[in-house]
Design a protein around this ligand. Sequence first.
Ligand SMILES: *Cc1c(COP(=O)(O)O)cnc(C)c1O
Length: 358
Amino acid sequence: MSTSKIAGRALGFDANLALVKRALAKFPHVKLGHLPTPLEPMDRLSEALGGPRIWVKRDDCTGLSSGGNKTRKLEFLMADARKQGADTIITQGATQSNHARQTAAASARLGMGCHILLEDRTGSNDPQYNFNGNVLLDRLHGAMIAKRAAGLDMNAEMATLAEILRQSGKKPYLIPGGGSNRIGALGYVNCAAELTQQAAQMNLKIDALVHATGSTGTQAGLVAGLSALASDIYLLGIGVRAPQEQQESAVYDLACKTMDYLGMGIAVARNRVRANCDYVGPGYGLPTEGMKNALKLLARLEGLLLDPVYSGKGMDGLIDLVRTGHFDGMKNIVFLHTGGSAALFGYPEIFDLPGYQN
Ligand SMILES: *Cc1c(COP(=O)(O)O)cnc(C)c1O
């Protein structure tokens, strides 16, 4: 525990917010998203659950090619790419990667080439999964896409492609999967500042913040941001891939790196990092009953679209944890909607919906 953190706490929210904004302003940044995203109550869901009031932070509405959480990360990553003089972006993800789609759109917007390596993590031969949804959008944005078998070292695959592009005179910039490094995570330090400022303006005391966690940049940025703001919001990631210990240590590692990079002289407490990985089901990108129920419930109660891989499982976790009393005593819980509904069209068959009625 550093003294500056104690001093920071003594400063109060407005002063801490100003310090975080000043720290962020040192980094190259390009505006890509429609920010701030809305913070809205979900009263029909809250009533149906009979627990705390549930709110949604609409990072599915960041605006870039149907939106999502990668846009905030790309505001810092793409600015860094430009600063390095890059003309081509390389990134990787699963077939229905929302990160790949937002990176393709950001590259288009900034006039850069974009190469995407898609890792076949599910082995599906379904043409909808392989060509619709995010993959359709990747291609519409003009990205070059190539497939790779599951389990390959995707960073090595990107490095090989970068070398080939360099030999043909390009200046490639590599973005890791999910945009999750200390540069991308700055986007979620920014979100922590935006959300807490928004709540303060609305006179809303947020007790807990819940979201889907995968490649860790979102949660790591939020952990760093909330630490820097001396916020006591209970942050909980719902895992979509790795087991709990692995997820938490990966988030913690990146949160510490991000905090160092911010250069505010504040340490991240390990106990700020919480991941619940009980809602993954059979694996990454594979549907669960709980996800399908949560996704249909939100579509029908709130007119809100989630996605099958991340936000659907995150919402399944939130609903189940509300029902089982995990948030008892709390009044306001915010679900950070990280986007992803474009992936719905890659999985049109999983919901078992009724057909037309005559
Ligand atoms: C990438 C993604 C996440 C997870 O964010 P990470 O920063 O990778 O942990 C959650 N939801 C959606 C829709 C995503 O695309």
